[in-house]
Ligand binder design. Sequence first.
Ligand SMILES: [Zn+2]
Length: 268
Amino acid sequence: MADFRTHITASSAVGVGVGLLGYSTMGLTVEQSLLGGALCSIGGILPDLDSDSGIPIRETIALSAAVIPMMMIDRLRDFGLDRESLVLAGAVMYLVVRFGLAELFKRYTIHRGMWHSIPAAGIAALLIYLITDHDTSPVRLFKSASIAVGFLTHLILDEIWAIDFTHGLPRVKKSFGTALKFWTDRALWPNVSTYAKLILLTLFAFGDPSITEPIRIQRQELNRTASDYFQNWIQQSRLASQSTTNQDTTGESLQPETPTTVQPAVLR
Ligand SMILES: [Zn+2]
């Protein structure tokens, strides 16, 4: 089995390629390409979340706890949270991932179970797709694909490490075939559970725009209405002060050139 350092080195190297590919062929910005590369790098350590102890789970959980709240900023903004609420939500999510996710993996996965599989790479990609921003844009797909590429890099590396070359001819170890797989022969339930999650998350991903788009439009309208109201108030105040100044200088009341009342913004 490849160790943590080998996995993160390999997925980071592949991440550099992913970033360059995104930059040169998809017209992404440097920052978006770098983020894709970083996600590929993180994807390369995710499968070992099913190890119950040691560096992999500790480092991966800590990194996920830091990265996930940041990736959810656009999502949280859609719900109209102010800056303070964003910080609080980020702190809560950090704790949930740091302790809740670690406990979930500890209780419900076994090493080289279905979390080490090709459908699990799809689950990780879909989760990233769902927690990032709402635009069905190439950038969003690029982020989730980057995680999947990193995840698959890990699985391929595990399989390569299951081939023993020490005695001349290659010999496969017992662990060969337990990483890059579509299903497990150990039991039926892990397969059912994995594919059920994959299908459910795929449905969420397809249904996502119809849920989040109305929330986003509503928030934009609220922001626009508030902005219009504020601008009207400033305009009215300015006209009122001009009127007072004219009265002071001429000693008589002058009608303002423009109407002092401004129609309030109409909700569309
Ligand atoms: Zn592994």
